[in-house]
Unconditional design. Structure first.
Lengths: 563, 82
C-alpha cells in the first residue's frame, strides 16, 4: 500500500540526483530537474500551503503555464496532502469574462481552499471569486517559500492513506469543469502497475511528451507515471508543439526517447506539416512505443506517419493503440505490444447500419478497424446491448468496465457518480465491439465532439452561440464531422435565423465564430445559416444533433461541398 | 499596404483554411483572436508564407501579438522581403 508522498520519498532517498524531468521551452535551454530539485521546490510550495492554512484533504486549483512552477505547485500539494487540480491557463483566444465564468463554476462545484497562479493573473482569479466562496488564499508563484529540504515526517502528505483522494482530473469546457474525476492514491498505483506490465516497461525507457497536464493522457501517462515510477520525462509545451511539431521528433532523437502518447490527429499533423530541413540528423530508432489514444484511431493515420518518418529509423511496430479514460485513471486496453496491432477489416454497411462487424463482402466497401488491444490485467471489459445484457461477439454495444483503478467519485457530484454505474460496471458512453478478445471502439453514445483529443460538449458551444443577436435557443446545433485530412473532427454549427439577407447571415455567422472561439477556444470549421424549420427535433422538442449532422452532410453533398 | 501580399494571403485563408471561397475578408479582421485561424492552422499559414513570399516566420512568432490581421501579417512579410 502506497501513497504519492511515500513513493516520492523513496525516489528522493534512493536516487536524489537522477534527472526525472527535462522541461523544454521553445527558445530556451532545456531545464533538467533531479528528484532532489523537484522535491525541494515542491517542499517550498508545501510550506506555503501550510502557512496559508490549507489543510490536507482540501483541494488546490493550479492555474499555471507549462514550466517549473507547475511541477513544484503540483507536487507541493501532494507533499502537503492537499488534492491538486489543474485548470487550463487563459489563452489569447478565450474571452476573459468567459474564462472567469468557467473558473467560478469550477470553484462552486469543487470548493477549493486555494488557487495558485501568477501575480499578473491574480486580478482575473479574484474577479471570478465572490463572497462566501471557500477559497481562502490566492497563492502567487512569485511569493512562494524558496526550495528547502522536505521534512517528510511533518508533511501533511505523510498522513494520507492509500484510499484517500490524491487528485482531481477535469475535462475541458463549462460542462467538463463541473465533473471532476476524483482518483485515490491506490487507484493510481493499481493503474500504473498494471499499465507498466502491459507496456513491458524497461529500465532504459524515456518518456517524451507535448501533452497538456489538464488532459488525462498528459497527466497520467506522461507526467505521473514517469515521475512516480522513476523514469525520465522530456516534456515540452503543447503551445510550442502545435506551432513546431518537429520539436517532438527532435526531442525523441536528442534524448533517445522510447515512449510517447499521441491523439490520432497528431499523426496526420506531424506527417503533413514537418519539413525535411527540420529533421536533419534526427534519428527515431529509439522510439519503442507510440500509443494512439484519446480519439478514434485510424489505420490511415498510422500509415501516413510511418511512411513520412520511416526513413529516420521509425519502426512500424512502434505504432500501437490504447483505449483510456480518466474514470479508470487511464488505460483500459493496450494493443500492439505482444504482436502487431490487429486490423479488423469489416463490411462498412454492416458496421454502420446493422451495427455488426461482419467480414468483408466481395465488391463492397470496407473499413479497416484498428483494435484498441486487450484489457490490461486489472480491467474487465464488457459490451452491453440496450437492455444491459452482454452483446454477442462482433455486435456493437456500449463499452462497460470494472477495475481496481476506478474513480472514487465525480467530486461533489453524487448524482453524476450514481448515473455512471450499472450493477458495479462503469458505463463509458462509448460504443464498440469485442472480437477474439480484442476491443474495438466505434463511436460514442453521447453527442460529445473530440477535436485533437480534447473533449468538447456541443451544448457548451450552442449556449455560447445564443449570445449572438438573431440566434435563438433551441434553434442551433453543434456537431463533429470527421476530417480525413486532419485525422480528427471538425466542429460544424447550424443555426436557424429569421434574417433573409446575405449580409445579415454573414454577420451572424461571423459573430457565432467569434463568440464560440472566444468562449471556448474552439475554432468552428463551418457555420451553416439556414431558414426556419430546417433543424430536426426529437419528439420531446430537443435538437437531435446526429440527425442534423446527417442532414447537413446530405445538403453539402448536394451542393458539391466535400466534408 | 500592398495588395500583392494581402490578396494571395486572403485567398489562401478563404479557400484552404475556411473552405469558404466566397467569403469576404477585411484587412483588419482579427484572424487568430477572432477564431478564424485555429492554432492547428498556424503552421499551414507559416508554410504558405514561406513558399509564396520566401519569408520565414519563426514558430515563436505564430501568435496574435506578432500578427492578428491580414494587414499586420502583410507588414511583417514586407519588412522581411529582400
Amino acid at each position: 500500500m502506497q501513497t504519492f508522498t511515500e513513493q516520492l520519498k523513496d525516489h528522493y532517498a534512493q536516487t536524489p540526483d537522477k534527472v526525472v524531468v527535462y522541461i523544454l521551452h521553445s527558445g530556451q535551454p532545456d531545464l533538467p530537474l533531479t528528484y532532489r530539485q523537484l522535491l525541494w521546490g515542491s517542499a517550498g510550495y508545501a510550506r506555503s500551503y501550510a502557512a496559508q492554512g490549507i489543510r490536507p484533504g482540501e483541494v488546490v486549483i493550479l492555474i499555471l503555464q507549462h514550466g517549473v512552477d507547475l511541477f513544484y505547485a503540483y507536487f507541493g500539494a501532494v507533499l502537503h496532502g492537499a488534492i491538486p487540480a489543474i485548470m487550463p491557463f487563459l489563452t489569447e483566444k478565450l474571452l476573459p469574462e468567459r474564462y472567469r465564468a468557467d473558473l467560478a463554476s469550477l470553484v462552486s462545484v469543487t470548493q477549493p481552499s486555494a488557487i495558485v497562479t501568477y501575480a499578473d493573473f491574480e486580478p482575473e482569479v479574484r474577479a471570478a471569486l465572490k463572497p462566501g466562496d471557500p477559497v481562502r488564499a490566492v497563492i502567487l508563484a512569485s511569493q512562494v517559500e524558496p526550495p528547502s529540504e522536505p521534512d517528510f515526517p511533518t508533511l501533511g502528505g505523510s498522513t494520507r492513506k492509500p484510499e484517500d483522494v490524491a487528485l482531481l482530473q477535469h475535462s475541458s469546457g463549462t460542462t467538463g469543469l463541473q465533473k471532476g474525476v476524483a482518483l485515490s492514491h491506490q487507484a493510481v498505483f493499481n493503474q500504473l502497475e498494471s499499465y507498466r506490465l502491459a507496456l513491458h516497461m524497461r529500465q532504459d525507457d524515456v518518456f517524451v511528451s507535448w501533452l497538456p497536464l489538464y488532459h488525462d493522457m498528459g497527466l497520467i501517462a506522461c507526467y505521473l507515471m514517469p515521475i512516480l515510477l522513476g523514469y525520465p520525462l522530456v516534456l515540452m509545451s503543447p503551445f510550442d508543439w502545435v506551432r513546431a511539431p518537429y520539436r517532438l521528433l527532435q526531442a525523441v532523437s536528442r534524448y533517445k526517447g522510447t515512449l510517447s502518447w499521441l491523439p490520432n490527429f497528431a499523426y496526420n499533423f506531424c506527417a503533413q506539416k514537418i519539413r525535411d530541413r527540420d529533421l536533419e540528423g534526427v534519428d527515431l530508432s529509439s522510439w519503442r512505443l507510440i500509443s494512439n489514444c484519446s480519439e478514434p484511431m485510424r489505420w490511415e493515420s498510422h500509415q501516413a506517419f510511418y511512411e513520412r518518418f520511416r526513413g529516420l529509423g521509425l519502426r512500424y511496430e512502434t505504432l500501437v493503440t490504447c483505449y483510456a479514460m480518466a474514470e479508470n485513471v487511464f488505460a483500459v486496453t493496450q494493443g500492439g505490444i505482444a504482436g502487431p496491432v490487429v486490423v479488423d477489416e469489416v463490411d462498412r454497411d454492416s458496421l454502420q447500419i446493422d451495427r455488426i462487424a461482419r467480414p468483408p463482402i466481395a465488391g463492397k466497401a470496407t473499413i479497416k478497424m484498428l483494435s484498441a488491444g486487450r484489457p490490461i490485467r486489472n480491467v474487465a471489459v464488457r459490451v452491453l446491448d440496450g437492455h444491459g445484457h452482454d452483446a454477442p461477439e462482433r455486435h456493437i454495444g456500449e463499452v462497460a468496465l470494472k477495475s481496481d483503478s476506478m474513480l472514487t467519485e465525480y467530486y461533489h457530484r453524487p448524482d453524476a457518480t450514481k448515473k455512471a454505474f450499472h450493477d458495479g460496471w462503469y458505463l463509458t458512453g462509448d460504443f464498440g465491439y469485442l472480437a477474439g478478445g480484442e476491443v474495438y471502439v466505434t463511436g460514442r453514445k453521447k453527442d460529445l465532439i473530440i477535436v485533437g483529443g480534447k473533449n468538447i460538449y456541443p451544448q457548451d458551444l450552442e449556449q455560447l452561440a445564443m449570445d449572438v443577436p438573431g440566434v435563438h435557443a433551441g434553434r442551433v446545433a453543434a456537431f463533429g464531422i470527421f476530417n480525413e485530412t486532419s485525422g480528427t473532427e471538425d466542429v460544424v454549427m447550424v443555426a436557424e435565423v429569421d434574417e433573409d439577407g446575405e449580409d445579415d447571415r454573414q454577420r451572424i455567422a461571423d459573430q457565432m465564430r467569434a463568440v464560440v472561439t472566444r468562449g471556448s477556444a474552439v475554432a468552428l470549421r463551418y457555420v451553416h445559416i439556414v431558414d426556419k424549420h430546417w433543424l430536426v427535433k426529437t419528439s420531446s422538442g430537443k435538437t437531435a444533433r446526429s440527425a442534423n449532422r446527417e442532414k447537413f452532410l446530405k445538403e453539402m453533398a448536394q451542393t458539391g461541398q466535400v466534408f | 499596404m500592398s495588395d500583392d501580399i494581402i490578396t494571395p494571403l486572403a485567398d489562401y485563408i478563404k479557400t484552404q483554411i475556411l473552405k469558404q471561397p466566397k467569403r469576404l475578408m477585411k484587412p483588419d479582421e482579427p484572424l487568430i483572436s477572432g477564431g478564424l485561424i485555429a492554432s492547428f492552422n498556424l503552421v499551414d499559414l507559416a508554410l504558405f508564407v514561406e513558399d509564396t513570399f520566401g519569408v520565414r516566420i519563426d514558430d515563436a512568432e505564430l501568435n496574435a501579438q506578432t500578427f492578428d490581421t491580414l494587414e499586420q501579417l502583410a507588414a511583417l512579410i514586407e519588412s522581411r522581403r529582400i
